[in-house]
Design a protein around this ligand. Structure first.
Ligand code: 0X9
Ligand code: ZN
Length: 292
């Protein structure tokens, strides 16, 4: 059963979603939005009060297989929203939440069973079985003609949207739902990044995106003492082409698009399980020192 003391396998996460839908049928619906190369379902939970005209908020995690803290945080967010729904402020309730805790289930399972540091999905291209595609390079905006060997960890795929998982994101974001927010959770680095990653061009909503990331960073700091840097990927991390957040903003026209790199530094992708849910007791002087 579900808790936030361990990294769960896909079947536990899917069962958690189905249980929420069963227990909270008036607010939760679970949908299959894609079938993967290995035949798994990508599951989306919609949380809504059913009011027509709500803006949509999209959250996804697990686009990269080994980044296990993403699905853990994402399921925690789902649990918090659903179980505290009645007491939430109206700006929170009057949204339609579309949350995909494990966008890359094949890769996620593979990183549990076979290769802890696996990043991509498990599709086959050019006769390389299970070579996989880096789903965060498979979106069409700025899709770059580099790193195009199927065996490369950042393989972008034979063409944009060659993968069921990225197609599902594209189609949901293009379906006419008025999404105001797109957030993709990754690890690691404690960064809140916004478009663009593939070009130096300043995106349309730059000032508001910067403001939003600053609010988030401040809220995280006040709640946990953890420091999250904010900025454009090229400045705080590196440039990347064909990412989901760039596409969501530039083509999907979602105003607030973020890629969040969760904790941490010293453990890299292998954050210890006792760090999934932290209950910190810290003093003002310890704040900040907790970031590393
Ligand atoms: O390389 C990536 O896809 C992301 N980093 S990770 O270590 N999680 O692989 C960063 C992507 C940065 N930019 C945007 N998604 N916009
Ligand atoms: Zn990632």
């Amino acid at each position: 059963t579900m808790n936030w003391k361990t990294f769960h396998r896909l079947d536990v996460i899917n069962k958690f979603l189905n249980t929420l839908e069963y227990e909270y049928p008036s607010t939760c619906s679970v949908y299959n939005i894609a079938t993967t190369a290995e035949g798994r379902q990508v599951k989306l939970i919609k949380i809504s009060n059913g009011i027509v005209g709500n803006y949509g908020v999209w959250l996804d995690a697990g686009i990269h297989a080994r980044e296990w803290i993403g699905p853990a945080v994402c399921t925690y967010v789902i649990d918090q929203i659903v179980r505290n729904y009645q007491t939430l402020p109206s700006y929170f309730k009057n949204k339609d939440w579309y949350i995909v805790p494990v966008l890359n289930p094949d890769g996620y399972e593979y990183s549990h069973t076979t290769d802890r540091m696996w990043r991509k999905n498990r599709s086959t291209h050019f006769g390389v079985p299970g070579c996989g595609v880096d789903l965060n390079r498979n979106f069409s905006l700025g899709w770059a003609p580099d790193k195009n060997q199927p065996t490369h960890a950042n393989y972008r795929g034979p063409h944009p949207f060659s993968e069921a998982e990225s197609i599902a994101v594209r189609d949901m974001l293009s379906s006419g739902i008025p999404f105001s927010v797109y957030i993709s959770m990754h690890s690691f680095g404690q960064l809140i990044m916004f478009p663009y990653s593939h070009t130096r061009q300043i995106c349309k909503n730059y000032v508001y995106l910067l403001e939003g990331s600053t609010y988030m960073s401040k809220a995280i700091y006040e709640a946990t003492g953890m420091q999250y840097k904010v900025g454009i990927s090229k400045d705080v991390l590196y440039g990347a082409a064909g990412t989901s957040a760039d596409w969501a903003h530039g083509r999907g026209r979602v105003p607030y698009c973020y890629t969040i790199e969760l904790r941490s530094y010293e453990h890299k992708f292998d954050l210890p399980e006792d760090q999934v849910k932290i209950s910190l007791i810290y003093t003002e002087s310890q704040k900040g020192s907790l970031s590393k």
